[in-house]
Ligand binder design. Sequence first.
Ligand code: ZN
Length: 279
Amino acid sequence: MVNFQKINEYLTIAQSSVLRVNAVIIDCIDHICLVDTLLLPSDIKALKAFLKNLNKPLKYLINTHWHSDHSIGNKYLADSDTIIIAHQRYFYTHTDEKERIRSVYKGQENSKNSYLVDYNRIMQPHICIKNKFSFADGLTFSLIPTPGHSSDSICIYLHELKTLIAGDTLLGSPDGYYSLPYFYWGDEQDYIESLEALKGLDLTCIIPGHSNILTSEIFDHYLSYLHCLLDYKEKLSHLNYPLEKVKEIVNADQCVDFANGRKLWKPEIHNLNLEKVFI
Ligand SMILES: [Zn+2]
């Protein structure tokens, strides 16, 4: 099921009840730009119907990164004239068989959620950016490479609206919960640099890849968690502890001073981050 939330005259968030993943519809007056595609076929169908009702061409479809919950709907949602844009590493990731298998299965072999995406269903981008890429068409867009969650992650900054569409570089959380940065597929050091760069933007609205809209304090929260993990890495590196022991020592509470009574959303993310840092 998809909930469509119009947040101003330009922006509507389409949020799936599964994973609370967001796609963002940007109404540029005479055309539409869509950021990300949702995951489930029924949700993508609902998104397609919503776009059709707007009765404007879908001129741009931007993927914030290659993960299937943000890109698998390309083929179904794009019209013949739609320009699909992503980072160039999106293409490498999707076409490198080893990377693909490793990425999908690493650490999830025994999970009931483990599955292999049918990559024949992925439609490749028409424009692959490498560095920051800006253009104006109705609104002024800057696509900013933000490696960390994945090597191909990008965020979209809408200048007139002072809005950041962050993909999974920033995860939101439901009311009463907080989120952590998730870099199992990416790199923690890159993540820190990306967050430091995003912090400098003039922002009034931050739309994350999943769940609720965020405020700018998320940058310091994420940075303090990442620095804490790296400090532990340095402290424990010479001890060669098995991962289970590391998990006992470095629990999420010890790396988070911003919970304020809230619960951790998707606690498994912390354990996957530890696997990435300590293995
Ligand atoms: Zn996601």
